[in-house]
Design a protein around this ligand. Sequence first.
Ligand SMILES: Nc1ncnc2c1ncn2[C@@H]1O[C@H](COP(=O)(O)OP(=O)(O)OP(=O)(O)O)[C@@H](O)[C@H]1O
Ligand SMILES: [Mg+2]
Length: 430
Amino acid sequence: MIGRFLKQFAPRTLYGRAAAILLLPMLTLQLAVAAVFVQRHFEDVTAQMTNNLLLEVELVLRELERQSVSEVQEGFAEELKIELRSWDGVPSGNRMVFYDISGRTIMPLMRSRLDGLREIDLSDLDFVALGLMTAKGPIKLTVSRDRVSASNPHQVLVLMVFTGIFMTLIAYMFLRNQLRPIKRLSVASAAFGRGQRVALSPAGALEVRAAGQAFLDMRDRIERQIEQRTMMLSGVSHDLRTPITRLQLALELMEGPEVEDLKKDVSAMQMMVDSFLNYARDLAADPVEDVDLLALGAQLAERMTPPARFELAGVPRLCALRPVPIGRAIENLLVNAGRYGSESILTLHFEESGVRICVHDDGPGIPEAQRDAAAKPFVRLEVARGQNQGGGVGLGLAIAADVARLHGGQLVLSDSVKLGGLSADIRLPL
Ligand SMILES: Nc1ncnc2c1ncn2[C@@H]1O[C@H](COP(=O)(O)OP(=O)(O)OP(=O)(O)O)[C@@H](O)[C@H]1O
Ligand SMILES: [Mg+2]
């Protein structure tokens, strides 16, 4: 309960937290020291000094009962460094400046000890002036201020604040150097999630360095694995082309009712191999670039028969993507929309956190339970539905989903609100 309440005020970033961890003890220590110091110095020391002075003032007052003002003044008042002069006796009130902390201790002390006291004037920080009723009438008594309170006591406080600020700055600089590698690591891993490769050299404290090195090893291993998998699949597909061609040639020479079915199967095999090889080639040869999705989308929508409607939401901007795979993914969705529906819309949503590429159609859609399956490679729902709209091998959605994942995003299938069929949505974080 209290923990959650305090959590609201805790800084969110690593920098903020480190600064808080650094500053809180320092501030607390300074405040505690300052409080004790003010108490000791401004109150106790001032009270002691004031009491000493009051003893002398009382002595002077007693002397005034026996001698005249000028005699006392020239006598030992002079030696005590107390100045006396006659006064018209009109009190002008107690005065001091508002930041005079020790003045607050001096005033009540004096008032409680001196009976004839009419006025205390501390407004001049160098002097204490007292208006007194004495045996010789009203007189003004002036002494130097440094006899009742320590001079320049604030120096210690000022010194404390400045060393505090200075040490904080130095600590912040050291801290920043320690935090920088962690920040770099987080940037590099976020980029890797989006399919980008950001250079990272492990640095900083031993543990941070180890985390950085572990990330690099992991990245290398994943990249190597992907590369090997693609290479193997490409190899197999490539090697299948020759036997498939040979089968096709052999089938051409044959005749009979079952030959037609075989021909269809073989050409389907060829299409599978070709689509996979095309996709593998796209991936291999394509670096991340600043892509103008607006132009790409418009061009792809135009190329469909019939052309897809093209719509834009948000402010368009360049996006760091792999243009050829992204183009193929969009094209796959548009081809599906054209194949399974009659009307289609391609919408680009440019949002704060990323971009959504959405293809709507007015076809039958995909039931929710089958959406996951439809996005798997070589899965065709048409076969189960018993209606073959021809052509496909079941790689279109799988490739679109793979391209989305490659960019750190995902493919989301849902019911289209716009046209009533399927809405296929490639969501990419940027
Ligand atoms: N817009 C759509 N409307 C209705 N069903 C769809 C739609 N898009 C895909 N499907 C269903 O999902 C299945 C898988 O789609 P996918 O694009 O992966 O393969 P395909 O279109 O059959 O073949 P390919 O795209 O490889 O030529 C399709 O067979 C189809 O049944
Ligand atoms: Mg398809």
